[in-house]
Design a protein around this ligand. Sequence first.
Ligand code: RIB
Ligand code: CA
Length: 321
Amino acid sequence: MAAPTPLVIDCDPGIDDAVGLALALASPEVDLLAVTTVAGNAPLELTTANALRLLRAFGREDIPVAAGADRALVRIAVHNLQPPHGQNGLGGVDLPVGTRPAAKDHAVELLARVLSEAAPRSVTIAAIGPLTNIALLLALHPELAERIDRLVIMGGSTTRGNITPVAEFNIWTDPEAAQRVLAGSGLDVCLVGLDVTRRATLDEPDLATLRTASTRGGLLADMIDGYGDHGPAGWPLHDALAIAAVVDPTLIETRGATIEVDTGVGVARGQTVCFFEPPKGKGVILGIPAPDVAPALRPRAQVAVEVDAARFRELLLARIG
Ligand code: RIB
Ligand code: CA
């Protein structure tokens, strides 16, 4: 097996964040170097405490945690929905408090330290919450972008949203940060959006499998059971698919695209508009002749358009069960 991929997860735990963390820790393909937290599913203090609790529950308190942004860059997003992750952010599951405190550094400084000690294009960052910390990292330490191999983001949608009819929650929470990262970073970005994560579900029988498999599996099953985001096919584990796409990139199929985020204050705020690369050869990117696309508009991101949901489920149950 090739050397494990150095990985940092920026998250807002969050139930599907918790499943993604568990998957990363159970996968020899990745080496989780650090966890950074951001406000999103819950206020920063709670997402950070939850990250510490989860690493204790998973027996990995050796992994440093640093808290990042407690709000979006420009406008604080407010909604009146019941929090789908429950009042404690983990579906009501009460985990023992972490025995180690979060690092004193801001998340951006911990990210910068990990990157400054890394070889060029060696670290994968998985961003599974709002992109505020990542935008700040790129703004404060632009020289470290070249240490990032891939930026895998759970976010966006090329069809309908989940927090508004057109916007996905992570992007909607901080659209300005998303625009800075998706349209202005020059990084190799892989956007794992609702188009595929809605199909990355576990159902009741899967939870039963988790419960019988391990203590960790039982904890996660109890959290998922308390997850307000579910439908006929079960619970969509958005963040876990983004992490799975780091562990096994063949689980998803992607297409090149240039992405623009609506950073206005109208009804479409937070929408990700994907200008897909034309099929091989000729074609246009929505009115821009492909051969003449200005370099700045050349596809910068790979957008996930298909997922092997069965193989995702198999990987998840095998690894965290
Ligand atoms: O839209 C899904 C995303 O929003 C996931 O990251 C989930 O944890 C919530 O943060
Ligand atoms: Ca999340």
